[in-house]
Design a binder for this molecule. Structure first.
Ligand SMILES: Cc1cc2nc3c(=O)[nH]c(=O)nc-3n(C[C@H](O)[C@H](O)[C@H](O)COP(=O)(O)OP(=O)(O)OC[C@H]3O[C@@H](n4cnc5c(N)ncnc54)[C@H](O)[C@@H]3O)c2cc1C
Length: 416
């Protein structure tokens, strides 16, 4: 987990305008005071008390919609964005959980139910308002400060505080959702999913999750969830047939509203809220779900009762964005894989913690890159592994230009 900076409580501020954010950043920079930026509050730095200034951006949560253009305050959460968009028949590719912040998720990239249909959250970002380390308010886009705009799309909170995100939303007349409970051979299901997703239409995104009892994230057992970005349950049924037909797989298809498939998690409640259980494990953006990787995942889950395995299909629109267009790594990855264990009392002892760490490093050893948004620990030496090599050098140059004194350092910090 993140190191404690100091034990003194932070001074909490809830700015309501970009100008107030700018004044607070100037004060922090002038006094060399550590700065913690909180949007949805799900990131590791939001849970770890640190002395200094804590900027909670929840007052900056306005959502303005004009045609398909959406302006979202830097402290909004995705559930509110989805609700506001639904009234206009629109949606954005975001994360899977309603209470996760637009700020943290977007700046790290943002993978969700529509990642194959529309790409990452950052792939829909067309501009932003940013308070820089110098306390200036700048507008960024492909035409205005293009390098800073590039860096914001995957480089995390390193470059400034985003007080407004401008997105281009998509029309979404409806969706279909399939939940497949897997009681049978997990290897067969994962191989079938791999084959299916090689040529599947981009409308289809799937996740696969296998968790033990007592895990806070989902009901126990293995399940594959498929979302079809369109009002066509029959298309989803046909696409999923190779998986649904497998022994031990029970599939149910429904047509919920997009807002309703965003999972609910209790909203962290300020600096004093208890931290959620830590996750010990690793993740990787991987080129392919090859047989060896599937075998390692299945064996990990089988031999280690506290283990959790999570996969998400990529490709589709995600893979069509040129690598250099955003700072996000590994556009050739076809899957995102995460393995580890939640550090819940009764589920994990010291030996289990050690096993979770070593086993998962082995599982994701062949990854193209690590996905920063799912890394809870603060290990500056691992930050280069979250980017393609050329992108990391470019990020360092942007950091040197916009935040040479590292005012924004409570994040996966890019060191100049
Ligand atoms: C339950 C749960 C579900 C998740 N699901 C997904 C998912 O489906 N897809 C996915 O990609 N990720 C997912 N994540 C990971 C998530 O994207 C990261 O944890 C993310 O950092 C959370 O953002 P936040 O705004 O809620 O957190 P915060 O703690 O508020 O922010 C995290 C960091 O982002 C930076 N930051 C936040 N807002 C701003 C801003 N406006 N300007 C500048 N910097 C800012 C700061 O450095 C901050 O420390 C999930 C996490 C959880 C806990």
């Amino acid at each position: 987990m993140v190191d404690h900076v100091e034990s003194a409580p932070p001074t909490v501020h809830r700015p309501a305008t970009a100008a107030e954010v700018a004044a607070l950043v100037r004060a922090a920079a002038e006094g060399a005071v550590p700065l913690t930026v909180v949007s949805g509050g799900h990131g590791p730095w939001s849970h770890e008390p640190a002395a200094g200034l804590r900027l909670e951006l929840g007052e900056l949560a306005a959502i303005e919609i004009e045609g398909t253009s959406v302006r979202v305050g830097g402290g909004a959460v995705w559930g509110d964005v989805a609700s506001a968009l639904a009234a206009h028949g629109l949606a954005l590719s975001s994360g899977d959980t309603a209470s996760v912040g637009v700020g943290g998720l977007t700046l790290g990239g943002g993978t969700g139910w529509m990642v194959r249909a529309w790409g990452l959250a950052v792939d829909q970002l067309v501009g932003a308002q940013v308070v820089t380390a110098a306390g200036e308010i700048v507008e960024v886009s492909v035409d205005q400060h293009p390098e800073l705009f590039w860096a914001l799309r995957g480089g995390g909170g390193n470059f400034g505080i985003v007080t407004r995100f401008d997105f281009a939303a998509h029309r979404l007349p409806g969706i279909a959702l399939a939940e497949s409970v897997v009681d049978g051979d997990a290897t067969a299901v994962l191989r079938a999913a791999r084959e299916l997703l090689r040529d599947a239409p981009r409308e289809l995104t799937v996740t696969y999750m296998d968790v033990p009892p007592m895990d806070p994230s989902a009901p126990a057992g293995a399940r594959l969830t498929a979302v079809w970005a369109g009002p066509d349950p029959d298309a989803l049924r046909v696409e999923l047939a190779p998986i649904s037909a497998l022994d031990g797989v029970r599939t149910e298809i429904t047509e919920p509203a997009y807002r309703d498939i965003l999972l609910e998690m209790p909203q962290p409640d300020g600096a004093e809220a208890p931290a959620p259980p830590g996750f010990i494990g690793g993740n990787g953006l991987v080129e392919e779900l090859d047989d060896e990787l599937i075998d390692r995942l299945v064996a990990f889950r089988r031999d280690f009762p506290a283990s959790v395995v999570f996969l998400r299909s990529l490709g589709g629109a995600f893979g069509e964005v040129p690598q250099e267009e955003t700072a996000f790594p590994a556009r050739s990855a076809r899957w995102f894989v995460m393995a580890g264990a939640f550090d819940v009392p009764g589920l994990l002892d010291d030996a289990g913690r050690a096993q979770a760490a070593t086993d998962t490093e082995r599982i994701v050893a062949g990854r193209l890159a690590e996905y920063s948004n799912f890394v809870d620990s603060e290990r500056p030496d691992t930050v280069p592994g979250m980017y393609d090599a050329a992108a990391f050098e470019r990020l360092r140059a942007v950091k040197a230009q916009w935040d040479p004194r590292n005012v924004f350092r409570r994040n996966h910090n890019i060191l100049v």
